[in-house]
Write a protein that binds this ligand. Structure first.
Ligand code: DOR
Ligand code: ZN
Length: 472
C-alpha cells in the first residue's frame, strides 16, 4: 500500500543518533522510519536533515487585544517559517487569559488562524484562583504566573495566592511557568533610577539585577516542592540561580527550565549597537553568563530552548527613554537558524539541538511521544533542514508583524526549508503554503499528579472548618 507522503534520503535526527532513513506518513502520522513503502507524494531530502518540528514553550501572539503587534496567523506563520510546529502561547493578552470567557475567545481565534499546533496558557493571578479548575477542564496546556511585571502590566500575585494556586495545580498535575523576577525589588529600583535621571539602555538592566531572579526562582521552587506542583522557569537569563535549580532537580522537584537564543548569544556589548531596542525582560546581561548557560544545557540543568517571541512595532521599541520602550522582540522565526549556526560552529551537535528544541519540551508539556520525536505513531511534525545554507537574517523579511529584531544583519548557516504539521506541508522554501486553521490544540497527557502536604492546603483547612461548622 502506498503512503501519503515519503520523505526520502534525509538524515533523520533523534536526541541520540543521526541516521539515513526514509520517513513515511499516512493520515498525518509517521508510519515508518527506514525502509518506506511507495508513496503518492515523494519529498527529496537527500543532503538534508529531517528533524522533529521544534516546540516553543514561550510565545506571545498578542491576540485578542493587540492585533497590531501580532495575531495568530502572523505568529504561527512565523513559527512555521522557523521550523516550529507547536507553540505554547502566553496569557498577557487583552483580556488576559485568566477567565473561561477569555480562554474561549482565544481558542476561537486560534482555531481559525493557526498554521501550527498550539497550547494556550491560562493565567494564575491574585483574583482568579476559583477559575483555575475550569480553565484546566476547558483545555489550557499550562499556567503562567507573572512574579515580576512585564508587558501587559499584570500585577504579581501575593505569595499567599501563588501558593494556593500551586496547591490547586498540583492536585491536577498541571505545570506552571513563572516569570521569575522579584516585582517589589524591581519597582523600587526603577523608581530610584528614574528619580536619579537614568533612562539609558543599561538602566533597565540595573533595575533588574540577578538577585531578582535568584530570589524568585528560589521562592517558586519552594512552593513547587512543598505542594508537589510542576514548575517551569521561563527565559533563564543568568548563571546565578542555576545552583538553586541544580539542587532542586537533585532533590526530585519537577522543575523544567528554558533559556532563549538572546541569553545564549547576546550580552551588554550588544547594547552599544542596539540601544533601547534590546530592552527585554529579563534583561540581556553582562558577558560571562552565556558560557554557564550553555554548560547548564549540556548538564541538563536547563532543559530546553524557547524564544519568548515578544512582538512589538519598531516605533514602540525606539523611544528615547528606555522606560518608555516596550520589552521583548520576535524570535520564533529566527531561533532555528541561530541554533543551527551554533551546530555548524561545533558548539552543540544536531542531536543536542533536537533534544533541547523538540524532545525535552515535548516531555515537559505532556506531548511526548506524540510530538518531539520521529518514530512510528508520532504526529508527522517534521522539518527538513538545509544545514549548509548561508544567509543573512533580515528583519524586513520576517513573517511576524514585528519587523524589528536584534538579529538583523547577522550571518547564519542553516535553514528550515520545509515544515510539515501532522503530515501537511505548511511551509516550503520560506513560503506558507497551507490554509490558516490547519493548526490544532496539541493533545496533552501529563503524568499523574503527585501533590504533597495535601492535609495543609487551603482547601483542606477550610474544609475542616466547614465540617466543624456542620458538626457543631
Ligand atoms: O520582554 C518581555 N516581553 N518579557 C516578557 O516576559 C514578556 C514579553 C512581552 O509580552 O512583551
Ligand atoms: Zn514572555
Amino acid at each position: 500500500m502506498a503512503a501519503d507522503i515519503v520523505i526520502r534520503g534525509g538524515q533523520v535526527v533523534s536526541a541520540d543518533a543521526v541516521f539515513e532513513a526514509d520517513v513515511a506518513i499516512e493520515g498525518g502520522k509517521i508510519v515508518a522510519v527506514g525502509d518506506a513503502p511507495g508513496a503518492k507524494t515523494t519529498i527529496d531530502a537527500s543532503g538534508k536533515y529531517v528533524i522533529p518540528g521544534a516546540i516553543d514553550s514561550h510565545v506571545h501572539f498578542r491576540t485578542p487585544g493587540y492585533e497590531y503587534k501580532e495575531d495568530w496567523q502572523s505568529g504561527t506563520g512565523a513559527a512555521a517559517r522557523g521550523g516550529v510546529t507547536t507553540v505554547l502561547e502566553m496569557p498577557n493578552t487583552r483580556p488576559p487569559t485568566g477567565t473561561l470567557e477569555a480562554l474561549k475567545m482565544k481558542q476561537d481565534i486560534a482555531a481559525r488562524q493557526a498554521y501550527v499546533d498550539y497550547g494556550i496558557y491560562g493565567l494564575l493571578d491574585e483574583h482568579n484562583l476559583d477559575a483555575l479548575e475550569a480553565l484546566i477542564d476547558a483545555g489550557v496546556s499550562g499556567f503562567k504566573c507573572f512574579m515580576g511585571n512585564t508587558f501587559g502590566d499584570l500585577p504579581a500575585p501575593s505569595d499567599g495566592a501563588m501558593l494556593e494556586g500551586f496547591e490547586i495545580l498540583a492536585r491536577r498535575g498541571m505545570r506552571c511557568t513563572v516569570h521569575a523576577e522579584n516585582a517589589s525589588i524591581m519597582a523600587r529600583r526603577q523608581a530610584r533610577l528614574e528619580a536619579a535621571g537614568r533612562s539609558d539602555p543599561l538602566a533597565h538592566l540595573a533595575s533588574r539585577p540577578e538577585v531578582c531572579a535568584i530570589e524568585a526562582v528560589s521562592r517558586a521552587v519552594v512552593f513547587a516542592e512543598w505542594t508537589g506542583g510542576r514548575l517551569h522557569i521561563a527565559h533563564k537569563s543568568s548563571k546565578d540561580a542555576l545552583y538553586v535549580l541544580r539542587d532542586a532537580k537533585r532533590r526530585g522537584v519537577d522543575v523544567t527550565v528554558e533559556t532563549c537564543p538572546q541569553y545564549l548569544l547576546l550580552s551588554t556589548r550588544d547594547h552599544e549597537r542596539l540601544g533601547n531596542a534590546l530592552r527585554v525582560n529579563p534583561p540581556i546581561r553582562e558577558p560571562g553568563h552565556q558560557e554557564p548557560l550553555w554548560r547548564a544545557l549540556r548538564e541538563g540543568v536547563v532543559d530546553m530552548i524557547a524564544t519568548d517571541h515578544a512582538p512589538h512595532l519598531p516605533e514602540e521599541k525606539a523611544r528615547a527613554s528606555v522606560w518608555q520602550c516596550d520589552c521583548g522582540f520576535p524570535g520564533v522565526e529566527t531561533q532555528m537558524p541561530l541554533m543551527l549556526t551554533e551546530v555548524n560552529r561545533g558548539r552543540m551537535s544536531i542531536s543536542d539541538y533536537v533534544r533541547w528544541a523538540c524532545v525535552n519540551p515535548a516531555k515537559a508539556w505532556g506531548f511526548f511521544p506524540n510530538k518531539g520525536v520521529i518514530q512510528p505513531g508520532a504526529d508527522a511534525d517534521l522539518v527538513v533542514v538545509d544545514a549548509r545554507r548561508e544567509w543573512t537574517l533580515d528583519q524586513s523579511q520576517l513573517f511576524s508583524k514585528s519587523k524589528i529584531s536584534p538579529w538583523h544583519g547577522r550571518r547564519v548557516q542553516g535553514a528550515p526549508v520545509m515544515t510539515l504539521v501532522r503530515g501537511k506541508v505548511v511551509m516550503e522554501d520560506g513560503r506558507i503554503v497551507a490554509e490558516p486553521g490547519w493548526g490544532k490544540p496539541a493533545k496533552q497527557k501529563m503524568p499523574a499528579p503527585a501533590p504533597r502536604n495535601v492535609d495543609k492546603t487551603t482547601a483542606a483547612i477550610t474544609a475542616v472548618r466547614e465540617t466543624l461548622r456542620k458538626v457543631g
